[in-house]
Design a protein around this ligand. Sequence first.
Ligand code: OOG
Ligand code: NI
Length: 459
Amino acid sequence: MSQPSFISPDLIRQRFSKAMSDMYREEVPLYGALMELVEQTNRHVLDNDPQVAQQLNSTGEIERLDLERHGAIRVGTAAELATLARLFAVMGMQPVGYYDLTPAGVPVHSTAFRAVHEASLQVSPFRVFTSLLRLELIEDLELRAFAQSVLDQRSIFTAAALTLIERAESQGGLSEKEADEFVDQALETFRWHHSATVTAEQYQKLSAQHRLIADVVAFKGPHINHLTPRTLDIDIVQAQMPVHGITPKAVIEGPPRRQFPILLRQTSFKALDEPVAFTDQSDTRGSHSARFGEIEQRGAALTPKGRALYDRLLNAARDELKDFPNEANAARYNDLMAQHFSEFPDTYEGMRQQELAFFRYFVTEKGLAAAELKTMTLEDLVSGGYLRVEPLVYEDFLPVSAAGIFQSNLGDAAQTHYGVHSNQQAFEKALGRSTIDELQLYAQTQQRSIEQCLAALGH
Ligand code: OOG
Ligand code: NI
């Protein structure tokens, strides 16, 4: 029997990401407006900033830029999370990182499903920030039991999606035709539903406990709540949003503006009020707000040392602000961030020398032409111009930023204080596997690139 030919998981992910974007553009017209603004901004930056254009060209990132986006979903049970992990695995996406959102008063913990190898990321960097509701944080036991029973009754995957997941697992992949069907079926899990699964009164009770609990429990599935394009200049987009009738949140999350971007900067517009029908209503006279718009700018991935410095400076600025950033203190927050972050070197070479960021190494023309380089160290090769470096792009999320994004959509009233904290073990038990440490992935990519360069130079 001939070997069946399977389509690569990377291509399934690429197709799925496109299908998701098409679906969301139809569901949320403002998403289309935001995409246009981001495209215009990116074109403007590429035309006017030769350094950025050159960097994106030389790393190949230019090819993924227009495809690049992340989505976010929230699920209610361990079984849902575990099956999602299997669904994402069909598309080559693994759970990377653990994010605890309870310090921000949001009763979830999360991971990001994404591709893990640089070659796969190049085909499609699509990621999904996935949160699991922590029902144990609902203090009202009756309400907790009610939420659990509603969640236990729903099935968020189509029968065909489940069959195709099993087939992919047992065959070791999917054929072209199966992959197309898988994309169609998987998409159904993330679709918006105008009809809720609870009565208006039940919804109110869940929502009064926490708006996020209502969002997870009262609907048929984990509707995608935003899909975020990557911009090359988030400050331009932030300033342009109001011109396009879109109101951004008060501050951009993440590091301040810099010459050489690091990690991740994000901003969003507030969730829309959307009509829904509760089970005791015949029409969509109710309303629910969950879906919002977000944009982000990605910069260099930081080493553990760089990340510790980032966390220290961010905390120092926030401590000095003495409050969550908001409309009233936004200008002061931006000043404090700029002051504190002046300590973080703002050149790639400075970050590399101090081992604050991860890099990818490339052999230069000069390196290829040179004969005897065997005795040179990596540093000699870089300073001699035989190798050049580009930063590795940060592929993950930031817990403080994620908290800010959650909060701007839930309203400040939603800042609950939870006594419990992170519980990665419980999360991984629900997930059915451990999460991958993102720092190791960057270290491996950097190491592979060094080894490839040294091999190419005959070391
Ligand atoms: C996720 C919020 C976090 C990000 O990019 O950090 C987030 C959610 O609201 O479900 O999207
Ligand atoms: Ni997001």
